[in-house]
Design a protein around this ligand. Structure first.
Ligand code: PHE
Ligand code: NA
Length: 459
């Protein structure tokens, strides 16, 4: 194997890996998507399908990825190849998909960074007046282009510094800080007169809703994106650890930290919405139109607004870094290039596609649409194709290869992975149970999710 081990870099501590993985998982999805998903899908009752998806679909695949990276010490495509030669392409597909996700993810982070400045300078987050119109005007301005450049520049510097000095240090700073920020916002929110109304709005359970299959589909559909699974990140991040690290415990810590953060984010959002009597129709509208409007109704608007957008930006930066590293690691290993050269190439390609997406506005190519997100045609096209369709397909591919092909006989794949994880982990998972989940439950749920998405979109 012609891998240049000397130039690779690794985490200096176990906590370095865990924080980076948690930083990857916690992102836009946790803050602007999960809370509204709960509200719209049965309130507190939604936690049932969500936990089902987490335990039956998310964690089992996360475990495969952490095991694969830990055991092989190789980044995504090469790790897959080491176990099953013919499947290397699946890893590259994940890498490519991560490239696409990152390109539009950075565009959104660029808006968010701009909104930190707006919050502090304008007192609200945008010039006054109707915030929907103002946001559309913002999209056609050059701010989003500037935002892309700023965010990519930050990513570039951190990536160039390497795993320990760059990614590990950044995540050690960002991840604890976003917990502080979300707790501050949640506490302030709960102290508002609308605090309890917000809580009720967020969590009042409607168990009736659980009879609707679309709620289960939406839980299973979201779980991979939120855990940063199936884009090659967790394999690559896990490969930067020293040998024989705890696999199972790490996977559970990553998953529960991610979901705990998402749950907390609801407390940091709904009290503000209720204070302004506001509701949202989509995630983008929630973050960039409805919440800024809501912040205007409470004291210290500039501070609250800046804290919220700082939270969104930092949570997203650690995810974006992981998406970029998921390309840097494999390309470097495969081609035997230096880290510096690989980062240059990845950043150049990434910033180019991000700029193309951000230029839709200034070039006057935005569509019209009721929801704010609808007018962003390029961004929604990339989002739908890569996150809604491709991501579950890659997860399905991983499950089939490692559940079925990797084993020699029926239920061997799952059992072998569980036994390998148990050998190095704090606590054990029952191998046969794990095999049934990985080999039967996960592919069934994924197949059903993919098919029903196609049916829904085909209508
Ligand atoms: N998990 C991140 C979020 O919820 C997004 C992400 C997905 C990051 C896939 C990396 C890979 O926002
Ligand atoms: Na993140």
């Amino acid at each position: 194997m012609s891998v240049d081990e000397t130039d690779g870099g690794s985490w200096s501590t176990r906590i370095g890996f865990i924080l980076a993985a948690v930083g990857s998982a916690i992102g836009l999805g946790n803050i602007w998507r999960f809370p509204y998903q709960v509200h719209a899908n049965g309130g507190g009752a939604f936690l049932i399908p969500y936990f089902a998806a987490l335990l039956l679909a998310g964690i089992p695949v996360l475990l495969v990825e952490v095991w694969l990276g830990s055991e092989t010490g190789l980044t995504t495509p090469l790790a897959i190849r080491e176990k099953f030669k013919e499947s290397e392409f699946l890893g590259w597909w994940a890498v490519l998909n991560g490239f696409i996700v990152n390109a539009y993810y950075v565009v959104i982070l660029g808006w968010s960074a701009a909104f930190i400045v707006f919050a502090l300078t304008h007192g609200s987050t945008l010039p006054t007046g109707d915030l929907f119109t103002a946001f559309k005007a913002f999209l056609t301005s050059w701010y989003p282009v500037a935002g892309v450049i700023v965010v990519w520049a930050i990513n570039y510097v951190i990536l160039r510094l390497g795993i320990e000095d760059g990614l590990e240090r950044a995540n050690k700073l960002f991840v604890p800080f976003i917990w502080v920020l979300v707790i501050l916002l949640a506490v302030r929110g709960m102290l508002l007169p609308s605090g309890l109304d917000g809580l009720e709005f967020y969590l009042t359970p409607d168990f009736e809703a659980l009879t609707d299959p679309s709620i289960w589909i939406s839980a299973f559909g979201q779980i991979y994106f939120t855990l940063s699974v199936a884009l090659g990140i967790m394999i690559t991040y896990a490969s930067y650890q020293p040998e024989d690290q705890d696999i199972t415990n790490n996977a559970f810590i990553i998953a529960f930290a991610n979901c705990g953060f998402a749950f907390l984010a609801g407390f940091a959002i709904f009290p503000y919405l209720l204070a302004a009597d506001a509701t949202a129709t989509d995630s983008i509208g929630l973050a960039f139109v409805v919440l800024p409007k809501a912040f205007q109704t409470i004291p210290f608007t500039p501070i609250v607004g800046a804290v919220f957008f700082l939270l969104l930006t930092l949570a997203g930066l650690s995810s974006s870094l992981s998406l970029a590293e998921a390309q840097v690691g494999p390309l470097r290993q495969k081609l035997g290039l230096s880290r510096a050269k690989t980062v240059n190439a990845v950043a150049l390609a990434g910033v180019t596609l991000s700029l193309v997406i951000a230029l839709e506005g200034p070039l006057g190519l935005l569509g019209s649409g009721e929801a704010v997100g609808d007018s962003l045609q390029l961004l929604s096209m990339f989002d739908t194709s890569s996150a809604t369709y491709t991501l579950p397909m890659i997860a399905l591919g991983e499950t089939l290869i490692f559940g079925w092909v990797y084993g020699v006989g029926a239920f061997d794949g799952g059992q072998r992975i569980a036994e390998a994880a148990n050998a190095v982990s704090d606590f054990s998972i029952p191998p046969r149970l794990y095999a049934v989940v990985l080999q039967i439950v996960v592919p069934t749920a994924l197949g059903y999710t993919i098919l029903s998405q196609i049916v829904v979109d085909g209508k």
